[in-house]
Design a binder for this molecule. Structure first.
Ligand SMILES: Nc1ncnc2c1ncn2[C@@H]1O[C@H](COP(=O)(O)OP(=O)(O)O)[C@@H](O)[C@H]1O
Ligand SMILES: [Mg+2]
Length: 451
């Protein structure tokens, strides 16, 4: 209001000054009127000049939003200050909303799931890094592209066309992307007006675990059914046929062998499930390596005698007492370590023909840690089998393994135990010349005895 008053006052003063000047110059009435008009025009020019400065500032704001308003007076100063305040407020609001958007995007970027924002025409508006990895997209190049141009899987195209928002679709990562195949579960979530959020979840590991579980159950069932069928056959024979004492004894021995096989399998399965279900052994239980070796050696000699009869026993070569005294202690679960070492020694005895040599060693490593190794002179293993030996139920020769009381689970138990002790298993073999299994333990698990 005061601005308007001053503005009117300025106009009147200038017009009055024009009239006063005309009067001073002694002009008549027309001169007076002309003076007033000239005064009015002078005011208009001055006001227009201020308006033009204001307008040029407004134009400048496009390229330079922070530009300071010109120094003006009267209502132009009020107006420009108000506009500047409004612009500052607007800029603050824009910055806040940009920050919120940026945070939202950063949150979606951090998602382990792929996120793609699709517009009403199913064109990509935005996607996160995981989605780029899942579908081989480029977040910059592919923006505004239709998703069906980039993801041509017919099942996906049909799913999108059907606007199926209820169920997830299982997809295999497009074959054109140079990476191992991925299994993805894709879900479309509608929002806004016809827009879609596309979420992709990597289910490769889950599907592999499912497949492994199915295989495992099938394998276990098969392994149990075979001795069970044999056992049932013998029971039926005993029930139906009159047998001489010797024959009856023979049948009972065979039944005991089948029952033993089943018990061995159940024992191994329980060992595996215990290994999977318990926390890894810490560093607070230390056992002398000598104690473990003593037990293994006694078991090995008994098994070897059983396997070879008295014909041609294996040449079993264990470290001598001095070497074992120097071996020190090992940290971890003693029962697990014993079971892993015994499995390796048992395999060597079972697969090495009578008279063959088996060498068991404990060798400290220069940089710390130690290796437990079992070297045999048996038939060895062809290279193509080596990477798969630690898979459950994987055997090179299933019949031979079963005949010697194997379950096919021994090396997977060994692998599990070693992993829990941060140790690694190396298998070397030249077919026909024997095999060498080496478990290497890290320095923090081995304490050497000073001598
Ligand atoms: N010392 C070895 N010499 C030759 N083959 C071996 C030896 N140790 C293991 N294998 C092979 O690895 C397979 C898997 O071993 P493992 O898991 O212990 O099962 P198994 O119960 O059959 O012994 C065995 O069936 C055998 O074919
Ligand atoms: Mg075995």
């Amino acid at each position: 209001m005061p601005g308007l008053f001053f503005r009117l006052a300025a106009l009147l003063i200038l017009m009055g000054a024009g009239a006063g000047l005309a009067r001073l110059l002694g002009r008549a009435a027309t001169g007076l009127a002309l003076g007033i008009v000239l005064g009015g025009l002078a005011w208009l020019s001055w006001d227009t000049w201020r308006f033009l400065r204001f307008q040029s500032w407004l134009r400048r704001l496009h390229g330079e939003p922070q530009a300071a308003p010109p120094r003006l007076s009267g209502i132009w100063r009020d107006t420009s200050e108000r506009v500047a305040r409004l612009l500052r407020r607007q800029a603050r609001l824009t910055r806040a909303s940009e920050n919120r958007l940026e945070n939202l995007r950063a949150g979606l970027q951090a998602s382990p799931d792929g996120v793609i924002v699709l517009d009403e025409k199913t064109r990509i508006e935005w996607c996160n890094r995981t989605a780029c990895r899942h579908f081989g997209l480029d977040a910059r190049r592919d923006v505004a592209q239709s998703i069906t141009h980039l993801l041509r899987d017919p099942a996906f195209v049909a799913h999108l066309a059907a606007r199926n928002f209820e169920s997830a679709l299982a997809l295999t990562r497009p074959a054109s992307v140079a990476a191992p195949p991925l299994r993805l579960s894709v879900r479309l979530c509608p929002y806004g007006e016809g827009r879609l959020l596309m979420i992709s979840h990597d289910v490769t590991a889950f599907e592999q675990a499912e497949a492994m579980r199915r295989d495992f159950v099938a394998n276990v069932s098969h392994e149990i059914r075979t001795p069970l069928t044999v056992l049932a056959g013998f029971v039926e024979t005993l029930q139906t046929l009159p047998l001489a004492d010797g024959e009856r004894q023979d049948y009972l021995d065979r039944m005991a062998r089948q029952a033993g096989r089943m018990r061995g399998l159940v024992d191994d399965l329980l060992t595996l499930s215990r290994l999977e279900g318990s926390p890894p052994p810490g560093l607070d239980e230390w056992t002398p390596v000598r104690t473990i070796f003593r037990q293994i050696e006694a078991d090995a000699r008994a098994l070897s005698a059983l396997a070879t009869g008295a014909r041609a026993p294996h040449r079993l070569d264990f470290p001598d007492a001095d070497a074992l005294a120097r071996a020190g202690e090992i940290a971890g679960a003693a029962t697990e370590l014993h079971s892993a070492f015994a499995n390796l020694v048992n395999n060597a005895i079972r697969y090495t023909p009578p008279g063959g040599g088996i060498e068991i060693r404990w060798s400290p490593r220069a940089g710390g840690g130690a290796c437990f190794s079992v070297r045999d002179s048996g038939p060895g293993i062809a290279p193509e089998h080596i990477p798969r030996l630690t898979e459950r139920f994987y055997r090179v020769d299933a019949a031979r393994s079963r005949a010697t009381g194997g379950t096919g689970l021994g090396l997977s138990i060994v692998k599990h135990v070693l992993q829990r002790h941060e140790a690694t298993l190396a298998i070397e073999s030249v077919p026909g010349q024997g095999a060498c299994f080496t478990a290497t333990f890290p320095g923090n698990r081995v304490q050497r005895t000073a001598v």
